[in-house]
Design a binder for this molecule. Structure first.
Ligand code: CP3
Length: 345
């Protein structure tokens, strides 16, 4: 059974730790042979819908590496099901929404559904992982943040310039408000049920919000992300807020009210943390591509992250974004060992 005093949870709370905890965003996935093998027989959505398979994939990186936290295997698009939006994952192209939400009429058709029932397999998977995980390890639950989820619903797939998303924001502010409100409602219920099932930490992924300027973030996004964090406060679990390309408005993202701020690799963690009011633990921020570099280069980059982290009140080692499918597993293993060994107090 997962414990409440793991190294990872302590670092999230800003408490003393014996060494810096480490995990990797997207740590379960195609760079691992075990995952590729399982994917030959099951689609991504089949794995997500089957609690035993989701448990297995969640635990694959935990068996191979001395990671301090497991992240439940799921996807940020799963809650779309609870809003009546149909989607799939196409080979090599990523997510595809069957009928993207493009007009106020489309938004009016959305509903909040029954997330506790529609997403039951995720909660069951969390229950299974929670009871099989070592007490020194933490279990992370997650969801996409409202902007990133809305951008998939509107664009229909990953977008370069988020044209339809921004036009919805600017042209139909009332529809935007309704869309974001619907996503908030489903997300709060989804994450609450994850915590009740055993998730000890929650990360909100705002992967694509860096396409906005600070003023747009403040006006069109902050109130909704803030509402999610506010409503999850009752659970007293650490909440991590992560985005990429958000260096110009990390202070606003912090105002949404997370416990821990995630930082991408283009930003200095110590500088960011200096700018925050109070002691905010920081998660980050090795360039995921560094894991593909020659050993000496990788080692230098890891050391630089650890050096930068000395200027933060508390540090959780991670990448600045998700691990890439081309990543050699030996490098992942080496980084976990380095981080633990070099930060041992
Ligand atoms: O971290 C983990 O190990 C848990 C699993 C996880 C997945 N998706 C499984 C997955 C997590 C945390 C996510 C989050 C997610 N999904 C995000 C936020 C994180 C980020 O990277 O910014 C986003 C934007 C998505 C949407 C999504 N799902 C995309 C863009 C893709 C295609 C990406 C690609 O590399 O092809 C997916 C598919 C997906 N979700 C895969 C995995 C392991 C791809 C592998 C496969 O097809 O088997």
């Amino acid at each position: 059974m997962t414990g409440h005093n793991s190294r990872f949870l302590k670092a999230c709370r800003g408490e003393e730790v014996d060494c810096t905890p480490v995990w990797f965003m997207r740590q379960a996935g195609r760079y691992m042979e075990e995952y590729r093998k399982l994917r030959q027989d099951h689609t991504l959505l089949e794995i997500c819908a089957n609690p035993e398979l989701a448990q297995e994939v969640t635990l694959q990186p935990m068996r191979r590496f001395d990671l301090d936290a497991a992240i439940i295997f799921a996807d940020i698009l799963l809650p779309l099901k609870s809003m009546g939006v149909d989607f799939d994952f196409t080979k090599g192209e990523g997510p595809k929404i069957r009928q993207p939400i493009r007009s106020p009429q489309d938004v009016a058709q959305l509903h909040v559904g029954d997330p506790e029932e529609d997403l039951r397999s995720v909660f069951e998977a969390i229950g299974l992982v929670s009871s099989s995980l070592d007490s020194e390890k933490a279990l992370i639950g997650f969801a996409g943040a409202p902007f990133t989820v809305a951008s998939y619903m509107i664009e229909g797939s990953y977008s370069r310039n988020f044209l339809h998303t921004k036009l919805m924001m600017y042209t139909h502010p009332a529809a935007w408000q309704k869309l974001m409100g619907t996503i908030v409602e489903v997300t709060v219920r989804y994450l609450s049920a994850q915590i009740e099932a055993g998730a000890q930490v929650i990360q909100l992924f705002d992967s694509w919000v860096g396409c906005l300027d600070p003023e747009d973030y403040r006006q069109y996004v902050l109130p909704y992300s803030k509402e999610i964090f506010d409503r999850l406060q009752t659970f007293s679990v650490p909440l991590i807020h992560f985005g990429t390309g958000t260096a110009t408005f990390l202070d606003l993202m912090n105002q949404a009210g997370p416990t821990v701020m995630g930082v991408d690799w283009k930003t200095s963690m110590s500088k960011v943390s200096d700018g925050f009011e109070g002691d905010v633990p920081i998660q980050g921020n090795l360039d995921p591509l560094a894991l593909l570099a020659p050993r000496d280069c990788l080692e230098k980059k890891v050391d630089r992250v650890l050096e930068d982290a000395k200027g933060c009140p508390s540090h959780i080692f991670n990448l600045g974004h998700g691990i890439l499918p081309q990543t050699p597993v030996e490098n992942v293993e080496a980084v976990v060992t380095w981080v633990h060994d070099r930060t041992r107090r």
